[in-house]
Structures are given as structure tokens and as C-alpha cells.
Design a protein around this ligand. Structure first.
Ligand SMILES: Nc1ncnc2c1ncn2[C@@H]1O[C@H](COP(=O)(O)OP(=O)(O)O)[C@@H](O)[C@H]1O
Ligand SMILES: [Mg+2]
Length: 494
């Protein structure tokens, strides 16, 4: 459509054509004219026209015939019939055949302009509606394209994808999901969740997500056995624009190979550690026999060498025992048996064992303890925890100082603090010290022997007992480790 409304006046009377031209141009319309029906159709075929003013009685081709063709070929163009008094009946006929309106000669200018304006408005509105419709169709097309693109991507993914609605019905799943869950039959759409998933904990997770109980940004990971495979699921809420939970999305991954590798690694570490340990223990025993002079007297130099060798063997044995502990923690087998355990007594025993070393280094080692509720725990694990923490406190206080161990009840927990006045840990190192094999490089503690496994074992043991551990440290001032362990409640039956 042109910017100005363009009107074609088809009339064989020149004064009418000229009159229309003058009046309409004066009112901002663009005007074309034709002196018979045939020429009018030629003009329509040649250029765009918005409104046709059509005289009924014209030579060559009359208005009725033109109207018929225009209705068929250009149905959008409103046709206004120009009639004389004698042809009003015919004009009414034309209206039935689809003419938009009619005006009678001689024209009343105002009336004439009103009719033209109405037709022009109709034309403009229709053109706008057409534009909107085109845009809507284009958007629908784009949306459809996007949808089919996403569908193709989801269908080609190696990971399983499953989307449920609020009613926990599966509304989208891909071939990988069916393959991983070993489902070969057709499932309905939407399918009740139990038709696809038969793992209770996963269904519980999805229910919890839908209830809005879990934090909205968080996703939940789970391991799911499926035939010979182990799958890992990650589930999260699907949120609407107002952050309401609309459904859930779960991605499934086959982690069987990782699991097998992990198992192989644990088996390997276990095997190597055991194979190494027994000969080392024998060598150590033989060394003790030599050192005690049971195999004959020894020169001081020989004694010194054998003594140094024994220290290296002890370090190796410690590494092996730490490696075995880590392997046990990773396999979830570190915690063996839980009994009501008196934490105060365990710490006292550790202190008694480490006292000589502290004294040797000029460290004052003290322990204070309030009446404590027992903890339902593996005593060996507890020994491991406090041995490591107190040894570290002594080891990493090279200039002497103070190591203070305190234990007290804290609500439903027992809180144990191991504080030292040693070298401290730089803030950027703190997050790494619980990692396996991680040791902070410090010139003053370079001579301290260690494996970097102690704190990894401590953390694993604390967490296996549903406890927490954190650390506060200031470089050159000291470090405090704080362990919280859930205490046994009086109603607890061991
Ligand atoms: N009380 C402490 N004060 C300062 N640094 C510590 C303390 N405890 C642990 N660390 C740092 O954390 C590292 C890891 O400790 P740990 O896992 O017990 O391994 P290891 O003692 O065998 O090096 C240590 O090497 C040390 O750098
Ligand atoms: Mg240590």
C-alpha cells in the first residue's frame, strides 16, 4: 500500500473524472482515472490502487462486468459504485455482489467525502491487520523452527533428558533416556512418571522439587542403578517467568565406566599398600633386633645408620597406612562400627601419646574438657581425627609455643577445638589443605615429614559421622581447627 490512499476513478464523463480529481486531490488523496471499464482494469493490472470509484454505465466495458473481475482478482480493493438516479436498483444489486458502497450523481460533496473516507479507513485498517497477520505467521514460523531445532538437539544428545510437568507426568524425553533406562516399549505422552522411572529416591527428589521445598537454583545429583549400569541423575526445577515451579528437568549420564575405574584404582592402591607393608614391617623388626644388640654389639656409626633407616621406614609405613585410610574413606568403608564413645577419653589418650613430642619441641600441650555427652562413633576414626589435628598443631609450631585442646557440649553437638600458636596458614591456602596430598610450602616447616593425607582423612572421618570441620588461621599467630560432632541424645538407644 502506498503512503497516500490511491483512488482510481472509472467514469466515461470527463466532468465527473475532473471533479473527483479536484476534490480528492484537495483532500490528500492520489487520484488516477480511466474513461471506460477496460482501461480501468488495465490500470489495476499495472499499478497498486486502494479504492475503485466505478461508474456503472460506460462504453466498451460496463461497471458490472468490471466489478465482477475486481472482486475476483483484487478482493481487497473496496469498490464504490457511482450511479445515476435511474440505476439505483442496479447499484443495490452490485452491493449484493460485493461492492463496498454506492454514491448517486450528482454528488453531495460532504456525503461523497464521507463515503470515500470510510473506504479509505477500511483499506488502512485491513492493510495493518494484514501486516500483523504476516508478522504473527513469521513469529510462529520462527518459533516452530526453534522448537524443531531444540528437539533435534535433545534427540541427538548422548545424555538422557526428561522433563515433567507439575503433575509429575513426563512431557518430554529423548531416545538416550529410554536407552539408559532400558525401556524398549512405547510410552504414552504425557506418561505418568512411574511408567518411565522405577527408582523411588529419584521420584522423591522430583516431588520435593515440585513442592518448592528445595532451593530454586540448586540441582540435585543422585546415583541410580539401571541393569548392569550406574547412572547419575541431575534434577532441577523448571521455573516460569514469575519464578513459580512449572515442572522438573532431569539429565541422566552413564557413569559405569568411571565407577569401574574408581574401583580399579581403589583395588590397586589396596593391593600395592598391602604388598609393601608386610616386607617393610619385617625390615623394621629386624632393625629393632639389630639396634637392641640382640644380634651382637654394634658400632655407634652402624647404630646411627640403622636408626636413620628405621625413621624412613616409619615414614613409609605412615604413608601406606594413610593411603589405605583414604582408599577406605573413598569406598565408604572407613567407618566400621559405631559405639557410644567418650570423646574426652579419646583425646586424653592422644595427648598422652603426643606429650613427649610436644615437650621435645618446647610446646605446652593442654587439654580442658567439660562433662560431655557421648558420641555415637567409631573410636578408631576418632583417634585418627584427633591424632592428626594435634600432631599437626605440634608439627607446624616449629618455634615452640602452645597447643590448647578444648571440648565442650554445644546444643546437640560436641565441639572440639585444637588451637596452636604456630606458623598459621595463608588465607588462599586454607581451601586446599583438606585436599589429598596438599601441603603448604613454608620455609620454617620444610623439615616436617608428612604425606598431605592427614586432613583429607580427618575430613572424611568427620563427615562419615555427620559432623563438620572448619578452620580459622592467622599467619604467624596460629591456627584453630573446630570439629562439631552430633552428640547422642538421651532418648538414643545404641
Ligand atoms: N595446625 C596447622 N598449622 C599450620 N599449618 C597446618 C596445620 N595443620 C595443617 N597445616 C597445613 O596443611 C597441610 C596438610 O596437612 P595434612 O593433611 O595433615 O598433611 P601433612 O601434615 O602430612 O603435611 C600441611 O602440610 C600444612 O601445610
Ligand atoms: Mg598431618
Amino acid at each position: 500500500m502506498t503512503e497516500k490512499i490511491r483512488i482510481l476513478v472509472a467514469d466515461d464523463e470527463k466532468p465527473i473524472r475532473d471533479g473527483c480529481q479536484r476534490v480528492l486531490t484537495g483532500h490528500g488523496y492520489e487520484v488516477l482515472s480511466a474513461e471506460n471499464g477496460k482501461l480501468a482494469l488495465d490500470t489495476l493490472a499495472r499499478e497498486p490502487v486502494d479504492i475503485l470509484l466505478l461508474d456503472l454505465k460506460m462504453p466498451v466495458m460496463g461497471g458490472e462486468e468490471v466489478l465482477e473481475t475486481v472482486r475476483k482478482t483484487y478482493p481487497d480493493i473496496p469498490v464504490i459504485i457511482i450511479t445515476g438516479h435511474g440505476t439505483v436498483d442496479t447499484a443495490v444489486e452490485c452491493m449484493k455482489k460485493g461492492a463496498y458502497d454506492f454514491i448517486t450523481k450528482p454528488f453531495q460533496i460532504n456525503q461523497f467525502l464521507i463515503v470515500i473516507r470510510r473506504a479509505a479507513d477500511k483499506r488502512t485498517l485491513e492493510a495493518k491487520a494484514k501486516l500483523f497477520e504476516e508478522e504473527r505467521l513469521r513469529n510462529l514460523h520462527d518459533l516452530g523452527l526453534e522448537k524443531s531445532r531444540i528437539k533435534t538437539i535433545v534427540n541427538c544428545m548422548g545424555n538422557g533428558v526428561m522433563v515433567t510437568n507439575r503433575d509429575l507426568e513426563v512431557v518430554l524425553h529423548n531416545p538416550a533416556l529410554m536407552r539408559l533406562l532400558e525401556i524398549s516399549r512405547e510410552v504414552s505422552n504425557p506418561a505418568p512418571i512411574t511408567e518411565i522411572v522405577n527408582h523411588g529416591p529419584l521420584i522423591d527428589t522430583l516431588k520435593r522439587i515440585l513442592s518448592g521445598d528445595s532451593p530454586q537454583q540448586e540441582s540435585t545429583a543422585q546415583e541410580i542403578p539401571a541393569g548392569k549400569n550406574v547412572l547419575r541423575s541431575i534434577s532441577a526445577p523448571v521455573l516460569g517467568p514469575d519464578r513459580a515451579v512449572l515442572g522438573t528437568v532431569t539429565v541422566l549420564e552413564n557413569i559405569t565406566a568411571f565407577k569401574q575405574l574408581d574401583q580399579m584404582k581403589s583395588d590397586f592402591v589396596n593391593m600395592v599398600a598391602h604388598e609393601l607393608r608386610s616386607p617393610l614391617v619385617s625390615i623394621r623388626q629386624l632393625n629393632s633386633v639389630l639396634l637392641e644388640g640382640l644380634a651382637g654389639p654394634m658400632e655407634p656409626k652402624q647404630q646411627d645408620f640403622i636408626g636413620r633407616g628405621t625413621k624412613k621406614i616409619d615414614a613409609l609405613l605412615e604413608l601406606i597406612s594413610d593411603l589405605l585410610d583414604v582408599a577406605k574413606i573413598e569406598a565408604g568403608r572407613f567407618l566400621q562400627r559405631k559405639v557410644p564413645t567418650d570423646i574426652g577419653k579419646i583425646i586424653e589418650e592422644c595427648i598422652a601419646l603426643l606429650e613427649p613430642r610436644a615437650k621435645n619441641q618446647g610446646i605446652a600441650l593442654t587439654f580442658s574438657c567439660q562433662e560431655l555427652k557421648p558420641v555415637h562413633a567409631d573410636p578408631k576414626n576418632m583417634e585418627e581425627i584427633f591424632n592428626n589435628l594435634i600432631s599437626n598443631a605440634i608439627n607446624y609450631s616449629p618455634g615452640g609455643g602452645q597447643v590448647t585442646v578444648t571440648a565442650k557440649g554445644l546444643g546437640e553437638y560436641v565441639e572440639i577445638r585444637v588451637a596452636d600458636t604456630g606458623v598459621g596458614i595463608p588465607p588462599e591456602e586454607v581451601p586446599k589443605i583438606f585436599d589429598k596430598f596438599y601441603r603448604v610450602k613454608h620455609p620454617k616447616t620444610r623439615q616436617v615429614m608428612g604425606t598431605g593425607l592427614g586432613l583429607a582423612i580427618v575430613k572424611g572421618a568427620v563427615e562419615a559421622h555427620h559432623g563438620t570441620i572448619d578452620v580459622e588461621s592467622v599467619v604467624d599467630k596460629g591456627t584453630t581447627f573446630r570439629v562439631l560432632l552430633p552428640a547422642m541424645t538421651s532418648s538414643f538407644t545404641a
